[in-house]
Design a protein. Structure first.
Length: 189
């Protein structure tokens, strides 16, 4: 399997790190794009550097490199995830403003009918954010805000992060993570 993973400067870098580790463990070929601010946020929130995260991917591209293979519809892949996804990036995708490699790769993913998952990080959401998300959802883009689930009684932030990463993997057809699944009934899970 071959995936494109992009990381923007929005808060929530830990989601990207955990997703990249999970994909590496599954031997997925990952084509990673980091935005200009992703490295800053990554270091601020996790203490990791861009170099640390690049080693979790098979290939790495800078946001400005519009000559990268992932900028073309002829580049075959099974999906793209933008985690975390800033509202700037989400807006650019919704309006076809492909000024950088992240937005161009997302635009190509949509036009080629491939899976695109956005993990937007913002709160509260205003009407502009919601309208942009709705426009993308109508195009078949999966909008997956990192909203925690509590039915499985998480014990730590790590539990919450892992649960979201497992849900992303489910949507990529790569399930089998550690997420507790709802089963209904009195116990629930």
């Amino acid at each position: 399997m071959k995936l494109v993973v992009a990381v923007t400067g929005a808060t929530g870098a830990i989601y990207a790190v955990r997703l990249l580790k999970a994909l590496k463990a599954r031997q997925v070929e990952v084509h990673l794009i980091l935005s200009r601010w992703a490295g800053e946020t990554l270091h601020l929130e996790t203490g990791l550097t861009e170099e640390d995260i690049r080693h979790l991917a098979s290939y790495y591209y800078k946001e400005e490199d519009l000559t990268a293979p992932v900028a073309s519809g002829s580049f075959q892949h099974q999906g793209m995830v933008i985690v975390p996804c800033s509202m700037k990036t989400l807006s650019a995708i919704a309006h076809g403003y492909a000024e950088n490699l992240i937005v161009r790769a997302a635009d190509v993913t949509i036009k080629e009918g491939r899976k695109l998952i956005l993990v937007p990080r913002e709160t509260p959401l205003n009407a502009i954010h919601l309208e942009n998300m709705l426009a993308l959802a109508r195009l078949g883009v999966t909008i997956m805000p990192p909203m925690p689930a509590f039915y499985y009684r998480p014990h730590s932030i790590d539990d919450l992060v892992e649960h979201l990463v497992d849900r992303i993997l489910d949507h990529l057809g790569l399930g089998g993570g550690t997420a507790t699944r709802w089963r209904g009934g009195k116990k629930g899970f």
